[in-house]
Write a protein of this length. Structure first.
Length: 123
């Protein structure tokens, strides 16, 4: 887990999800996004098209949806890295939605200092 720009710890993950938003011209847009990490208060997505900061969007998963707002959209080669802050009432929990590949890191003190261990759902 890392903190980065968020106030809550995030879990690294990978999953393909549908997203939708309304662009600046008022047209509805849809895209498949790669979920890169998630926390109770937001998520990071890899997308093909730039989404302006401040845009409201919906992240769809198998049995529901998260509403949020784009906090940053950074170009990376041929794609964009989008940070989404979830709207009030839309907090992520593993019990509600578990990404296909979820890594939860724990920091432990060992003889040589702090070490990272990863726990995957299969363990």
């Amino acid at each position: 887990m890392t903190r980065g720009r968020r106030s809550a710890l995030r879990s690294l993950c990978a999953d393909l999800l549908k997203i939708r938003w309304t662009d600046e011209s008022g047209s509805g847009r849809r895209e498949i996004a790669t979920l890169e990490d998630i926390s109770p208060t937001g998520a990071s997505l890899k997308v093909e098209n730039a989404i302006p900061v401040g845009t409201r969007l919906t992240i769809l998963y198998h049995s529901g949806a998260y509403q949020g707002r784009v906090k940053h959209c950074d170009p990376q080669m041929d794609w964009y890295f989008v940070g989404v802050e979830f709207s009030p009432g839309h907090r992520w929990s593993k019990e509600q939605y578990e990404p296909a590949h979820l890594l939860q890191f724990r920091l432990r003190s060992g003889k040589s200092g702090r070490t990272r261990t990863a726990k995957t759902p299969a363990q």
